[in-house]
Design a protein around this ligand. Structure first.
Ligand SMILES: *[C@@H]1O[C@H](CO)[C@@H](O)[C@H](O)[C@H]1NC(C)=O
Length: 319
């Protein structure tokens, strides 16, 4: 009886150790380090204290201002000021200065915006402008710090082949670096593939291709749930998905309710909170096409960012 019990304990401890090792080894140390430095760049302030005595040691004190803006999202609604400082909007500016915004994106460094590859194939023209730091479009009375950046270049994943939405991922490089503040700040790349994450936050200005006229002026957020491999049964094979759902490269996410914000902009992020820094997020997915708006319990497919980490790192390292 007793040895059977302790045998169980040993088994349990061994299982936990395996879990722990798997968890630790799956994290990319560069990405963990970069994430921490991003957090410190805006939310930590180091101040110096010195006593007015000769040769007294200088004391440094770190003030951590990293608090969560909105830890609980029930349903969805408008985003709060500074809540999603990595939210980007991508558009095309005509020669006459008129801008059409048609996709979302995520700031992931001081120069790079992650988006969907299909966004760079827009009928509105190529992406040549990125707006950062905005909350409500077409108003200057909101608590925001909008700034437009021109685009230096962009790279589509080589495996993307229109109209199929596999490898629907691209990196846009801005012409000048972003100065980080509480309104413009990158999201971290994923520490894991998101398989065991129960829920996500999708954000966007709600401009989906399937409902082009119901554009939202305000950034919206919505809570969505992980449907794991359910998309194998719900996703029909079609031109966009000739091989059906691919669980290695795609997330399957949905909602059991009618979400009036739809699922955000295509190209925009699907996020989770950072485990230790409540002011930070990980971009786990990219909103792809074929996202149904009004159908409860019909999950949609998003690009699984974690699968593309090596490719993303190559793009970030390019000079
Ligand atoms: C899913 O995508 C990966 C990467 O492109 C590929 O190697 C794999 O064969 C795909 N799986 C299926 C079932 O199509």
């Amino acid at each position: 009886m007793r040895s059977a019990f302790s045998g169980k304990i040993v088994q349990l401890v061994a299982a936990l150790l395996v879990l722990l090792v798997n968890f630790v080894t799956s994290q990319d140390p560069d990405i963990v380090k970069t994430c921490t430095s991003y957090k410190k760049s805006v939310w930590e302030e180091t101040s110096e204290f010195s006593f007015l005595i000769e040769n007294a040691p200088i004391i440094y004190k770190t003030l951590d201002k990293c608090t969560s803006y909105a830890p609980l999202i029930i349903g969805g609604g408008p985003a709060l000021p500074k809540e999603f400082p990595h939210a980007a909007r991508l558009g095309h500016r005509e020669d006459d200065g008129e801008i059409e915004w048609f996709c979302g994106g995520t700031l992931i460094s001081n120069l790079h915006v992650l988006t969907a590859a299909h966004c760079l194939y827009s009928p509105q023209g190529s992406v040549n402008i990125v707006r950062l730091g905005d909350l409500e479009f077409d108003t200057s009375t909101d608590d925001a710090d909008p700034e437009d950046f021109t685009v230096k270049d962009f790279t589509l994943h080589p495996g993307y082949s229109h109209p199929a939405i596999y490898n629907d991922i691209a990196v846009v490089r801005l012409s000048k670096t972003v100065t980080f503040n509480e309104y413009k700040h990158p999201a971290c790349l994923p520490f894991d593939d998101g398989r065991s994450v129960p829920s996500f936050i999708a954000i966007g200005w709600g401009q989906l291709e399937i409902v082009p006229r119901t554009e939202n002026k305000k950034l919206q957020k919505v809570k969505l749930y992980n449907y794991n491999t359910r998309c194998r049964f719900t996703a029909d094979k079609n031109d966009e998905l000739p091989e059906g759902y691919n669980a290695t490269t795609q997330l399957c996410i949905g909602s059991n309710e009618h979400k009036d914000t739809c699922n955000g902009d295509s190209g925009g992020p699907v996020l989770i909170y950072h485990k230790d820094y409540p002011c930070m997020y990980h971009v786990m997915g990219i909103t792809s096409v074929g996202v149904a708006c009004d159908t409860p319990d019909l999950p949609a497919m998003y690009t699984r960012v974690h699968f593309y980490l090596d490719w993303i790192k190559q793009q970030l390292a390019k000079t």
